[in-house]
Design a protein around this ligand. Structure first.
Ligand SMILES: [Zn+2]
Length: 235
């Protein structure tokens, strides 16, 4: 899946791809600028492609062939959906290991694209998939118990969140600048648990995604995630 495309010279492009077998790789697509047909639609964003790549001794491999396995026409018909998908790809680009396969990352993004393609107005899918991506790479925020003393709030209880300390912090341990409503916290716990279920669960996740989460609760989740990603993920 294409993460980034940069023009190179008169005719070529350098692409950053996230792959199931080799993680994040950079490849040179020769002639990609000169001829749109050279790699079909496989160099457009938001598609799952099969690519054959020759990796040489350097950092940048060479794209030999590419074809689209799965396109998401309704996703790319919606600016909102494309923005959500674009943010998710940015996150994956930041966290995906170079030349080290992590197929679950691709699964997480594919599940998000499927969901946005099915319903471009789905609420909370980006937050849900961001949590899944963070969990896969071992960067999940801790929202079940205070990061300092380990005391767990009651289920459904609101909590204070400190991105710098990596999760929720109880008042006795100093609290945090952001508030997570009980429902926001439940949403995050649910998303992180689903992520632990592994790639084979993504169909289930998509169907069960709680589209009924209220905007106010979702904005708690998004504010916490935004602060957390800024703090813990390189850009
Ligand atoms: Zn505490």
């Amino acid at each position: 899946m294409l993460l980034r495309s940069v023009d190179f010279g008169e005719a070529d492009r350098i692409l950053t791809l996230v792959t199931d077998a080799h993680g994040r790789i950079a490849v040179m697509a020769r002639g990609a600028r000169r001829s749109q047909k050279r790699f079909g639609g496989a160099l457009e964003p938001f598609a799952i492609v099969e690519a054959s790549v020759a990796m040489g001794v350097g950092e940048v491999g060479r794209l030999a062939e590419a074809r689209v396995l799965r396109a998401f026409p309704r996703l790319i018909g919606s600016l909102d959906a494309m923005r959500e998908a674009g943010h998710a790809l940015e996150l994956v680009r930041s966290v995906s290991p170079q030349r080290h396969g992590e197929p679950r990352l691709l699964d997480a993004i594919a599940a998000l694209f499927e969901e946005l393609d099915r319903d471009a107005t789905s609420v909370g899918v980006f937050a849900r998939s961001s949590l899944r991506v963070l969990a896969i790479v071992g960067l999940a925020p801790r929202v079940t118990a205070c990061v300092s003393c380990g005391r767990a709030p009651e289920p459904g209880q609101a909590a204070l969140f400190d991105a710098g300390r990596g999760g929720i912090v109880c008042r006795a341990c100093g609290g945090g600048p952001l508030r997570l409503s009980g429902r926001a916290r439940a949403f995050m716990i649910d998303a992180l648990r689903a992520a632990e279920g592994g790639p084979e669960n993504h169909e289930v996740d998509a169907r069960e995604s709680p589209s009924e989460i209220a905007r106010t609760d979702l904005s708690d989740v998004e504010a916490a995630l935004d602060a957390f990603v800024k703090r813990h993920v390189r850009s």
